[in-house]
Design a protein around this ligand. Structure first.
Ligand SMILES: [Zn+2]
Ligand SMILES: [Zn+2]
Length: 241
């Protein structure tokens, strides 16, 4: 696994830092951290979604998704059962695994189609698959003591009536970073120089996205107003890499 550290420093009086196209913002009253950056244009299933919805209808697509998901779970259950019972038919275990995986992928793809249908419908002219993104989306991650939330704000325009809309969607919400007892394991403050004053005051935010594990650690100086966060990315290599 490759490792890569980034340190973001907030001396007293500084609450906002721009670094490598990312904006880091601290609220010193609530200790919440906001990281915002420009994402890439979304890769919506633009070709398959209209014909899938046309053939099966929205209700039919929902049923298909449910059936695919249940089949995936059932096959996984059968696979676990076969492993527990210890039968040595490795071919059927492999087959069960790949069939479960295939139905899982189909189910998540149908979810994407449904999501794209909902996002791209124009409220003004009522046409389906009408909205296109006109600029890169804004991605925002907010870490508080209660939750870690990632939202995507998309800037859309209707290709039929030119209606412009901003659509915000919560991609995920987790509860992780509670406050932490200040341990004796402290470092020297990089700002005031006081020894063993820089303490980790919250549990780290650890999230996995695609093949990357992101760990955000939160530090503050117990003597001056200096605060710091460190971000570490662990890239999990594919077996094919
Ligand atoms: Zn429209
Ligand atoms: Zn200090």
């Amino acid at each position: 696994m490759e490792k890569d550290f980034t340190y973001i420093k907030f001396p007293e009086g500084t609450n906002k830092v721009y670094l490598d196209d990312f904006c880091y913002e601290l609220d010193r009253n609530t200790d919440s951290l906001t990281i915002s950056f420009e994402g890439y244009f979304s890769s919506f299933p633009e070709r398959l979604a209209p014909c899938t919805i046309y053939i099966f209808g929205l209700g039919g697509v929902s049923i298909l998704k449910m059936v695919a998901m249940l089949k995936s779970i059932l096959l996984l259950f059968l696979l676990i059962l076969e492993i527990i019972l210890g039968r040595n038919s490795s071919l059927s275990s492999t087959l069960l695994f790949f069939m479960s995986l295939a139905f899982g992928i189909i189910s998540s793809y149908i979810s994407e189609i449904k999501n794209y249908y909902n996002i791209s419908k124009c409220d003004k002219c009522g046409r389906d698959f009408a909205f296109k993104e006109i600029k890169e989306p804004l991605i925002k991650m907010v870490s508080t003591y209660d939750k870690f939330e990632k939202t995507i704000t998309r800037y859309m325009k209707c290709i039929y009536c030119n209606n412009e809309e901003i659509k915000t969607e919560i991609e995920y919400e987790l509860s992780k970073s509670k406050s932490k007892k200040i341990s004796k394991n402290r470092r020297n403050c990089k700002e005031c120089g006081k020894k063993l004053a820089l303490a980790e005051y919250r549990h780290p935010d650890v999230n996995m996205e695609y093949r990357t594990v992101r760990t955000i650690k939160h530090y503050k100086c117990i003597s001056c107003g200096y605060m710091e966060i460190s971000i570490k990315y662990n890239y999990i290599p594919n077996s094919a890499d």
